[in-house]
Design a protein around this ligand. Sequence first.
Ligand SMILES: *[C@@H]1O[C@H](CO)[C@@H](O)[C@H](O)[C@H]1NC(C)=O
Ligand SMILES: *[C@@H]1O[C@H](CO)[C@@H](O)[C@H](O)[C@H]1NC(C)=O
Ligand SMILES: *[C@@H]1O[C@H](CO)[C@@H](O)[C@H](O)[C@H]1NC(C)=O
Ligand SMILES: *[C@@H]1O[C@H](CO)[C@@H](O)[C@H](O)[C@H]1NC(C)=O
Length: 397
Amino acid sequence: MWLWTALLLWVPVGGQEDPTKAVITLQPPWVDVFQEEAVTLQCEGPRQPGDSSAQWFLNGTAIRTLTPRYYITGAQANDSGEYRCQTELSAPSEPVQLQAHRDWLLLQVSGRVFTEGEPLTMRCHAWKNKIVYNVLFYQNGKAFKFSSQDSELTIPKTNVNHNGIYHCSAMGRYRYTSAGVSVTVQELFRVPVLRASSPLPLQEGSAVTLSCETKLLPDSPPLRLYFSFYVGNKTVQARNVSSQYQIPRVGGEDLGLYWCEAATEDGGVRKCSVVLELGVLGSQAPNPVWFHILFHLAMGVIFLVSTVLCWIIYKELQRNKKENLKVSLSSDHGKNVTSYLHKDRYVEKELKFQEEKELQKEAHQKSKEGEGQQPKDEASPPALPLRPSARAHVSYN
Ligand SMILES: *[C@@H]1O[C@H](CO)[C@@H](O)[C@H](O)[C@H]1NC(C)=O
Ligand SMILES: *[C@@H]1O[C@H](CO)[C@@H](O)[C@H](O)[C@H]1NC(C)=O
Ligand SMILES: *[C@@H]1O[C@H](CO)[C@@H](O)[C@H](O)[C@H]1NC(C)=O
Ligand SMILES: *[C@@H]1O[C@H](CO)[C@@H](O)[C@H](O)[C@H]1NC(C)=O
């Protein structure tokens, strides 16, 4: 009777908000137990003052117990099933799947379905509470935790990566392996995406609104999300119910790498967007940087080529000078040697200067035409006009 009253009371409220649901808690907290073990279910939810009743359902049918605690002293196979409860002013609770097993080793979990952010506890439990050690916990067949003594494990904040089938193995007299237990973690809301109201890069001085877009997933409880906006590591808008951040006039100080975070009220679940670069038309760095690099590269190449050429010419001149000296000595022009050398040096200098000028011009042209393509013919110096030895020789012999 009160159930109908409750329903009638709830309907007008409805539409947007779920009535408060009752909640079942287990003591001990495991939804998987061995047969003959004890477990107590407790129903919590809003009630009229002075009322302490609760309605229990197993596999959808009401059971006679009307107390807020439901005791199972020695679980039997027929205690397995889907439990729900309801208090006078509550909606029916989420179901709890209780399972009574007969096995050597049992992986006990604190629930099979979670919303992300909730804790998950599991225990590798042996029949008759026998002591086990060297416990391994597996997720989807892959061991993720070893414990030599402790057979209990807690994941304080679940997320979708914790979905999967868990089992454990442990050492007693032998190494035992439990059956698998499926655990589902439901996502509350999507990872947010940060968007700008106008295309990027922006016009300097224009207004822009950044939106931190995310979606509550259909099965999620009605939540209020809080949004924060950051540029680099600096907070520009902290924890606001508004998912938007406004920049009325974009200036140089507003540019940078923006990202946002959506979080539940208690901060239990937080998700960050990827970074969005806010830039302004014209003032972007890429062009000047690119230009500078190219310019310096070109200058470098020119410098290198001309240095190499100068060195080659210098070597060549040295060689020719030695030859000249030899020639003049051997042909008995001994007296002239000094003046010859002196004059020769002068002519050489002249020639060298001219050569360098020409070569540099050439190098400039080359590096302008084909960048960095080191011409092979430059290994031997350019031909005729630059043969100092020939001319010098002629003029002195
Ligand atoms: C399970 O079966 C036993 C008898 O075998 C019975 O006493 C008990 O009430 C049953 N429990 C449920 C929940 O049906
Ligand atoms: C409840 O349903 C489950 C399967 O859905 C079944 O294994 C179990 O025996 C049922 N329990 C009762 C008491 O009918
Ligand atoms: C934030 O960034 C600035 C420079 O970008 C740096 O000097 C500062 O140490 C950073 N602060 C933190 C807390 O990382
Ligand atoms: C939240 O954002 C709105 C609009 O951007 C602003 O008016 C309000 O002051 C903000 N509240 C807090 C607490 O920062």
